[in-house]
Design a protein around this ligand. Structure first.
Ligand code: ATR
Length: 276
């Protein structure tokens, strides 16, 4: 029987077991996907012990994504660029790492907003944490001309811009409305709006009707930020789709079948979120 898991600290609220469990059942695969609470000082030992425990690989969540990158034997360019790994697997006795958040975000954006990109496109990214770093990389890799970066703590945005180079432009947090009204995509990677806490305060009536508005927060599924954008007639992209799509490459590595993100899976996780 094939085994995989997600490690984090805490891990109680991870929905990854529900996602992978759905696919294991759907494809009739003899496998298990569990959640493991691993304390920060136990990550190295856990990863070393995976082979002996018969575990094919794992997802890595907060706060271990940077440690996972450092501990893996081989990291791909996406994980290096994102500065974090969320998907690990064993191959020929070596531990491999990638970051599928980039894939998850860009794939779902492409699915929900087919024509989001245009020549000379600029995009706006709110936040400068780990999630922002992965998404900025995704946009640069997709060829956007300019990423406008806004963060409450400006120095963090400047550090990200230094890492990625001239296509990333740092603006003040209070400039987020004026400098986003004409962008191809505006994405929230901050925790504002999570569980209804905080407000991003955008006036979407002033936006270009072609701007796509996306949020990586998925609790609630429809954040105030997305509801406001939708009310102004803009296309919106929620955070749950990113979570579902980022799970695809890991499942394929560990269990050998490329799974599909179906409306049924979306509804299953959505109802779990709404029932929580
Ligand atoms: P992650 O790695 O998941 O992106 P993080 O590193 O904790 O998480 O980043 C959280 C982001 O939300 C940061 O950009 C943070 O801004 P600061 O760098 O100034 O801390 C942002 N954030 C959280 N609460 C905020 C608030 N009330 N107002 C503005 N930004 C906020």
């Amino acid at each position: 029987m094939k085994k995989a898991c997600v490690i984090g600290w805490p891990i109680t609220y991870s929905r990854s077991p529900l996602i992978h469990g759905y696919w294991l059942k759907k494809y009739g695969i003899d496998g298990v996907y569990s959640k493991e609470a691993v304390a920060p000082d136990q990550v190295a030992a856990f990863l070393k012990g995976m082979r002996a425990a018969g575990i094919a690989g794992c997802n890595v969540t907060v706060p271990h994504k940077e440690a996972a990158l450092a501990l893996a034997d081989v990291c791909d360019s996406v994980a290096e660029a994102a500065g974090a790994a969320n998907t690990l697997w064993l191959e020929g006795g070596r531990l491999y790492a990638t970051n599928t958040d980039v894939y998850g975000y860009m794939t779902y954006l492409g699915t929900k907003a087919l024509h989001w990109t245009r020549p000379d496109a600029a995009v706006s990214v709110l936040g400068a944490g780990g999630a922002a770093r992965a998404i900025v990389y995704g946009f640069l890799d997709a060829g956007v001309a300019e990423v406008r970066l806004f963060n409450r703590t400006r120095e963090r945005a400047e550090a990200l811009a230094r890492h990625f180079g001239r296509r990333v432009r740092v603006l003040g947090w209070e400039q987020r409305q004026g400098y986003s009204e004409d962008v191809a995509v505006l994405v929230n990677t901050t925790t504002i709006g999570m569980k209804g806490e905080g407000q991003l305060d955008f006036d979407f009536q002033r936006f270009d009707p072609a701007t796509v508005v996306s949020d990586i927060v998925y609790v609630p599924l429809k954040t105030q930020f997305l509801a406001d954008a939708e009310a102004a007639g803009l296309t919106t992209v929620d955070g749950l789709g990113m979570l579902l799509h980022q799970a695809v490459p890991g499942f394929e590595k560990w269990f050998g079948a490329r799974p599909e993100v179906t409306p049924e899976l979306y509804d299953l996780i959505a109802s779990d979120i709404q029932g929580a």
